[in-house]
Design a protein around this ligand. Structure first.
Ligand code: G6P
Length: 468
């Protein structure tokens, strides 16, 4: 089998104690790569005044070779904070109002992609399969093709792909669309994202859909498909079972005096709908006096991309909001919301998911959302909790046993919280079983295998891409 070379902006090295790093892309890719081995190239997370001329330093961990590069401060400012996180991220999450487009940042984005191509080039062997991840590196295949690489190159987008009218508001949408046509396979999370991509490609004449999951553009043919990313379901279930009885989790539980636990875990990001969720909880508490003093809503929200102004502002907004709700609704012996603004280790999270009666995953827009899947996997089969899930998360296309909500409908989401807390055991088990069976089959290895099979299989031998 050919060697796999994965390239992504974020490459968190596993912790010394072997625990997996946080963040959807990192956790899933780590799991996928551990099984098959390969090279993983990306940004070290460090920046300096000038570019490092030395070849990439390689670090072996198990059967993965990590190759990390530093970036300059200007690179990070323009490519990562600037274009990736202030243009592509909001646009892909349908937030035209938050996109701050600037030519300097756009130039920085393409410059850093060229730099990535030159950094990874010496590592690439003739038969390697290259798999590039996420919105930071869309133009990378075009750069590598220009350097003469003819390897199979696949791209997977972890975040949503917007409809044409949203994408076309971005001044450089043509360059971004053209960048995608240099891959052999472009993968999205859901059928909706793929549909949106098809619309963008065809409407502006950047390419044609020629059937069987194939597209053509400027004499090149490439595939498009959707591959819903999964988790290590069986392993995570086992992990959560053990974690729930750990001293730390028991202590946390005791401190909540066995109140019904409602949990939300998200990076501090406007796409996650955290303020709407707190409003929904407030609406639920205000309208359900019977639950006063009987529930604890634990919102764990690690800081994220704090250099980007929108994220920095959110830090204040959410903290103030949680404080206000506690001030208004709390009593001397009851704090309705516990808000934690830093990251918590995965073992504790897994244990808390298992102990929670309700998991709140209510993004305004999300590519997939692996917290939703981990929450399901962590449950006790005899007494599972209920997932309240936004219909705008990719995971809602699969997790039909969740209570699906529209996060913009504050009262509706509040009602779903009440329904989840009072749902009978039989219904909870039935809803959970269906979701768990699905997640056991469509786990992260399934996602990885399905993508790589479609990337490497000759389309002539295989008519049409299957639904993954
Ligand atoms: C999302 C993106 C990833 C990113 C992660 C954390 O899941 O799809 O590409 O790594 O957020 O964000 P950060 O900016 O810290 O890498």
């Amino acid at each position: 089998m050919s060697r796999l070379v994965v390239i992504s902006n974020r490459v968190p090295m596993p912790e010394k104690n072997g625990t997996a790093p946080a963040g959807g892309l990192a956790v899933a890719l780590q799991a996928a790569l551990e099984e098959r081995g390969g090279v993983w190239m990306g940004w070290s997370g460090k920046s300096s005044g000038t570019r490092d001329p030395a070849p990439l330093a390689l670090t072996e961990r198990g059967n993965i070779t990590y190759a990390l590069t530093d970036l300059t401060k200007t690179d990070v400012e323009e490519y990562y904070h600037g274009f990736a996180n202030r243009v592509l991220w909001p646009i892909c999450h349908y937030r035209l109002d938050l996109a701050e487009y600037g030519r300097k940042e756009m130039a920085g984005y393409f410059r850093v992609n060229r730099f990535f191509a030159h950094r990874v080039a010496p590592l690439i062997q003739k038969d390697d399969i290259l798999w590039i991840h996420d919105y930071h590196l869309i133009p990378l295949a075009a750069e590598l093709r220009q350097m003469g690489f003819t390897n199979k190159i696949g791209f997977f987008l972890h975040i949503p792909w917007p409809p044409a009218d949203v994408l076309f508001a971005m001044p450089v949408h043509e360059e971004i669309m053209r960048g995608l046509t240099h891959y052999d396979l472009v993968g999205f999370q859901t059928d909706h994202d793929l549909e949106n991509f098809r619309g963008c490609l065809v409407r502006e004449g950047y390419g044609n859909a020629i059937g069987d999951g194939l597209f053509s553009s400027h004499g090149r043919t490439f595939k498009g498909g959707f591959y819903s990313i999964g988790i290590e379901t069986a392993a995570f279930a086992e992990f959560a079972k053990k974690a729930a009885s750990s001293v730390l989790v028991r202590k946390a539980r005791q401190s909540m005096e066995d109140r019904d636990l409602i949990i939300g875990v998200d990076r501090l990001d406007y796409s996650k709908g955290i303020t709407q969720r707190i409003d929904a909880y407030e609406s639920f508490v205000s309208r359900n006096p019977a639950h006063h003093g009987k529930v604890t809503y634990l919102q764990i929200t690690p800081k994220s991309r704090s250099e980007v102004p929108e994220y920095e502002a959110m830090q204040r907004t959410v903290a103030e909001q949680a404080g206000r709700v506690n001030g208004v609704l709390g009593t001397v012996d009851w704090v309705p919301i516990r808000y934690i603004n830093r990251s918590i280790g995965r073992p504790v999270l897994a244990g808390l998911y298992r102990l929670a009666k309700v998991g709140l995953v209510t993004p305004l827009r999300d590519g997939m959302n692996l917290v939703a899947k981990e929450f399901v996997a962590a449950q006790d089969p005899e007494d599972p909790g209920v997932l309240v899930l936004s219909r705008f998360a990719g995971a809602a296309r699969e997790l039909k046993g969740a209570l699906l909500v529209n996060p913009y409908d504050i009262e509706g989401t509040g009602n779903a919280i009440a329904r989840a807390l009072t749902m009978g055991q039989e219904e909870r088990i039935q809803r959970w079983r269906g979701m768990m069976d699905h997640l056991l089959v469509k786990d992260v290895q399934h996602w990885c295998d399905a993508f790589l099979e479609d990337l490497t299989t000759d389309q002539k031998k295989k008519r049409g891409l299957r639904q993954r």
